[in-house]
Design a protein around this ligand. Structure first.
Ligand code: ADP
Ligand code: MG
Length: 276
């Protein structure tokens, strides 16, 4: 199922001689369960794209459709509510609230929304991320890698339609970077989450199921990823391919294939997003 789509998406900043075409006609489609990397040089439009996908700002032209809803047409207050309920953000600097402990940070967006956290689910997420034992710690007692794992748990806790991550490993060393991206991948599969992650690190992008290349505000290549394998994967191909792992189809970019990916088979009792 297609969970995220852009149609002729443009974002221009400034005007006249100072006009910047940060996005200049982006058509993108992301299937439920995909873990897509967005790569491109500095200033190519990656963060602008993520802001548009997450409804943090309005496009100059075109549409952003999340879970069937055209979010570019929403009024600001509707957009804020939609964002809180449907989009999980992960940023480079973690953005944890310093006066709240780990557990309180994880459930904060839910509580802001007046919702009761699904405690069993939140515990499962925190255990998967290896932070459950640290649930009463304060953010400043944690390493950068641990803080980012808390931020990932926070993004997952509300079972959003999509998770958007802007350079989530930008402040981490290479070992922690690999670990964090590995955890994003594992939790994405386990909890049937769709993830779009910006990175400028090619080897991290290769851990994703798809690599979207952007330059000068346009996508110039969108490939199937190596799915964790540097040499064995097909990632330089624009051809539609069904990858298979552990007997399951994990990636299909053909519209006709309705096979669900990663619907939470590893976790008994977890029914996937549809059961929210
Ligand atoms: P990236 O994340 O790939 O480094 P950005 O999306 O941040 O790139 O920026 C794309 C282009 O848009 C750059 O030329 C940048 O200077 C410009 N830009 C981004 N945000 C703004 C803004 N708020 N006002 C004016 N120009 C902006
Ligand atoms: Mg950026």
């Amino acid at each position: 199922m297609e969970i995220l789509k852009t149609v002729g998406l443009k974002k221009y900043y400034g005007s006249g001689v100072s006009l910047v075409k940060a996005l200049d006609g982006v058509d993108l489609s992301v299937e439920e369960g995909e873990f897509a990397a967005v790569v491109g040089s500095s200033g190519s439009g990656k963060s602008t794209l993520l802001h548009m996908l997450g409804g943090l700002d309005y496009p100059t032209a075109g549409k952003v459709i999340v879970d069937g809803k055209d979010i570019s047409a929403l009024k600001e207050t509707e957009l804020t509510i939609f964002r809180r309920r449907n989009i999980g953000f992960i940023f480079q600097n973690y953005n944890l609230v310093p006066v709240l402990n780990v557990y309180e940070n994880v459930v904060l967006p839910l509580e802001l929304d007046g919702e009761k956290p699904d405690r069993d689910f939140v515990r499962e997420v925190m255990k998967t991320l290896g932070i459950y034992e640290r649930r009463t710690s304060m953010p400043n007692q944690l390493s950068g890698g641990q803080q980012q794992r808390v931020a990932i748990a926070r993004a997952l806790a509300s079972k959003p339609a999509i998770i958007l991550a802007d350079e989530p490993t930008g402040n981490l060393d290479s070992r922690n970077s690999k670990e964090v991206v590995g955890l994003l991948k594992v939790t994405g599969e386990q909890f049937a989450q769709t993830i779009v992650m910006i990175t400028h690190n090619e080897s991290l992008a290769q851990l994703c199921s798809r690599v979207i290349r952007i330059e000068d505000g346009r996508i110039w290549k969108s490939d199937i990823g190596g799915n964790g394998s540097e040499s064995g994967g097909i990632w330089k191909s624009n051809v539609a391919v069904n990858g298979s792992e552990d007997g399951r189809i994990w990636k299909s970019n053909i519209g006709g294939n309705e096979s669900e990916t990663g619907t939470g088979a590893h976790l008994p009792g977890w029914q996937g997003r549809g059961q929210r």
